[in-house]
Design a protein around this ligand. Sequence first.
Ligand SMILES: [Zn+2]
Length: 137
Amino acid sequence: MISSITSAALLIIVFILFLGTIPALILWDHRQQARTATKLSQDIQPCTLCHEQRAGLKLHQTALTGLLLAANYKYFNNYVCPPHARALYSQFQQHTLLKGWWSLHGFIRTPITLLENLSYFKQYMQALAANTSNTPK
Ligand SMILES: [Zn+2]
């Protein structure tokens, strides 16, 4: 009887702590993203896909394929122009959304990968905005 009450209390404490970490994590993520965006906005190279000289910023994307007992990851991590960044983001998200779920590992990793891709794309767009506001016209 006592042990069930203590374990229930422990569970509630853990749950409250867990709820408290969510806003802390969101705040930390926003701060981290802003910091990365300003850092990334200074790092410009031509687009690796079309070799155009305009602002090519670094984009990271992951495509996940679930293979029943295994999972396959395909990474992209290079400098791209804004139109190619949008195309890559949509391509990698579609691939993961359709093919990511088909394994136990993929079932857990697919939502995480989708959020990671979204986060990296948001960083890219923030860096782009920071870059266009920095350069005088
Ligand atoms: Zn391009």
